[in-house]
Design a protein around this ligand. Structure first.
Ligand code: ATP
Length: 607
């Protein structure tokens, strides 16, 4: 038989005795087979089914390159996709055949000596047990909704993967939610079950009667509670075998409530494929992850960034590290980076700002080589200080709960300090006016994402139960993010502020970010928030709420105000200086740590 037929059938041929495993070769063989067959039959429809059946080859596993191609529209969206079976179980196979380094898939510590380390195989076993608990004991079916409010403990990731395996839609919630917040989320989502911890159980009990859809309450705890199932005990007893549900690519996978930075939290939904492959490009080109990396993101589990991190890390086969962080303090973070072999690290810009105010020469990071930040503006000064003190680059990313990463600094591309970088595939990002017309470079306007003629696959399906709101952010061919920026000639985006936060003083449009950035460079300022304040002559003026560093607290407020005003005038265009300054103990923040300027603005305007 000619060698080509041996090769097509997956047998070793004399010319290539060191041919790698059949499975890896399978993809190449299939491509060649396709090339050979294409001219014979011509039609795609004919040769496509051959791919898996006709020549007896194992079904090729998709790689990150395939996922990126799907994301960019270069490969067709598969009809079925499930992150657990298509990605996590693929890494289990790679692990077993030695094609992945031996670092764990999941690594958790709590700072008190407790540690959990799972390989992909162990994560698979544990999550299959959890899947059996959700489907058999809790009686949840594909498409049912499950509210999960857990701190950064391993069970959060187990429940997540179990939801993937069962097709249950997960709704992550932040642990600091109050009774009212939980009630709002249960009622709005119609969740059939809740998984939470001891401290929140009494609050859930108090509102259960007002949440008619809620059938099952599951506690992650060492003790039991009446009316609640015990997750840990049930998982221990559950069988390890579970057949992953075949979810369609367009099936919903997760529902998030937005941060509520600018109003009541909105409920939005993402699909299996949207989140499943939506982070493949950002994982490599923004987070710089490979399967030998150990990635840590300090984000709370209820915020989208934890899901972003899990999907990005695992799609590359890297290890997801997490610290329980009962309280987020900078020295705990820095010490963890010194003790653990974390290679890539992510936290919010505000945290980096607090960190760079310390003397970082005392810390020697074990393996850190790359850092990312997002969710808020990153002051250029913070990036410079971080880089000069640690030698590690800090990349900025911009995105929303509604999307995946929209813009960001890209590996290998120039970073322009103060800019959030360029658009990330597959998004076509433009600056548009309020009607959705594209504006030229340099002109300020809405950050818009093109949604016509084709919706990017990693785009939310809409605000649930809120068609009006979903429609209101679409103009022409674009989705309006609600944020204001300009794009330069090179395609870099420069954030100005949320549309609602931009201050219009005597016809000058001033973004809070520019003023806050300038203020942050003054040694007295720990953090600040800038909003509009009413003024009889100018209509509105810039007002800065400033939290002082401890060694400036006793300074004369009048003198310090003048000093800060002069400082801003020196660093930026003088018309932007804060005509009003108020010193405060703390700033209002969302549970995810973002400054709520809308609250300060309402206080100023009395509405
Ligand atoms: N790199 C960044 N620079 C500036 N702002 C950012 C950056 N990344 C994210 N943001 C801000 O965060 C917003 C997205 O945050 P998120 O989806 O958590 O909801 P939210 O807008 O804070 O909450 P809500 O919609 O309930 O008011 C963006 O629209 C933008 O305003």
């Amino acid at each position: 038989m000619p060698p080509i037929f041996h090769w097509l059938r997956g047998k070793k041929i004399p010319y290539f005795p060191s041919c790698p495993s059949r499975q890896v070769c399978g993809t190449m063989r299939l491509r060649l087979a396709r090339l050979l067959l294409q001219p014979l039959w011509g039609s795609q429809a004919f040769y496509k089914p051959l791919r898996y059946v006709s020549i007896g080859l194992p079904r090729p596993q998709k790689t990150i390159t395939d996922f990126e191609a799907i994301l960019e529209g270069k490969q067709a969206i598969p009809e079925y996709f499930n992150f657990a079976s298509d990605v996590l179980d693929m890494w289990t196979q790679m692990e077993k055949t030695g094609k992945r380094p031996p670092n764990p898939a999941f690594w958790w510590i709590n700072g008190q000596g407790d540690e959990v380390k799972w390989s992909f195989e162990e994560l698979g076993i544990q999550s299959r047990k959890a899947a059996n608990v959700l489907s058999r004991v809790c009686n949840l079916r594909p498409g049912d909704r499950l509210l999960v409010i857990l701190p950064r403990i391993p069970e959060w990731w187990l429940v997540n993967v179990a939801c993937m395996r069962t097709g249950i839609i997960i709704i992550p919630g932040i642990s600091q939610l109050t009774m009212k917040d939980i009630q709002y989320r249960l009622q709005a989502s119609g969740a059939k079950a809740i998984v939470t911890i001891d401290s929140l159980a009494p609050q859930v009990d108090a509102i259960s009667a007002d949440c008619p859809s809620l059938r099952t309450k599951v506690l992650v705890s060492g003790s039991s509670r009446q009316g609640w199932l015990n997750f840990r005990e049930l998982c221990q007893a559950a069988p390890e075998e579970h057949n992953c549900v075949k979810t369609k690519s367009q099936d919903p996978s997760v529902i998030y409530f937005t941060s509520g930075t600018s109003g009541a939290p909105k409920m939005l939904e993402h699909t299996q494929i949207g989140y499943g492959v939506g982070f493949s490009i950002c994982a490599r080109k923004f987070m710089d992850l490979t399967n030998s990396d150990i990635f840590w993101n300090t984000s709370d589990t209820g915020w989208v960034k934890t899901a972003w991190s899990s999907y990005s890390t695992w799609i590359t086969g890297a290890c997801l590290f997490t610290h329980e962080l009962p309280k987020t303090d900078t020295s705990l973070i820095l010490n963890t980076l010194c003790q653990m072999p974390i290679t890539v690290f992510c936290c919010v810009p505000t945290m980096f700002q607090m960190i760079v105010q310390q003397d970082l020469s005392r810390y020697k990071f074990k393996s850190l080589r790359h850092c990312v930040a997002g969710g808020e503006s990153l002051n250029p000064d913070v990036r410079t200080k971080w880089k000069s003190q640690t030698g590690v680059d800090l990349y900025e990313g911009y995105g929303q709960s509604e999307t995946t990463l929209i813009c960001g600094n890209q590996i290998g591309k120039k970073i322009k300090p103060g800019s959030m970088g360029k658009a990330f595939p597959p998004y076509d990002v433009q600056i548009v006016d309020d009607e959705g017309n594209i504006l030229p470079p340099g002109k300020e306007g809405n950050i818009g994402i093109r949604i016509k003629p084709k919706l990017p696959i990693c785009f939310f399906t809409g605000y649930l139960n809120n068609a009006e709101k979903t429609a209101s952010c679409k103009r022409g061919d674009f989705y309006l993010t609600g944020d204001c920026a300009h794009m330069d000639e090179d395609g870099y985006f420069w954030f100005k502020g949320r549309m609602d936060d931009v201050i219009n003083s005597s016809s000058y449009r001033i973004g809070p970010f520019e003023v806050e950035s300038a203020l942050s460079e003054h040694p007295a300022v720990a953090e600040s928030a800038v909003v509009s304040s009413p003024d009889p002559i100018r209509g509105e003026v810039v007002k800065a709420f400033v939290v002082l560093n401890s060694n400036f607290i006793n300074q004369d407020p009048g003198e310090l105000t003048r000093e800060l005003q002069d400082h801003v005038k020196r660093l930026t265009a003088p018309y932007k200086y804060p005509r009003k300054v108020e010193f405060v103990q703390e700033l209002p923040k969302t549970v995810s740590g973002k400054i709520q300027r809308s609250i300060l603005r309402k206080k100023e305007w009395g509405n």
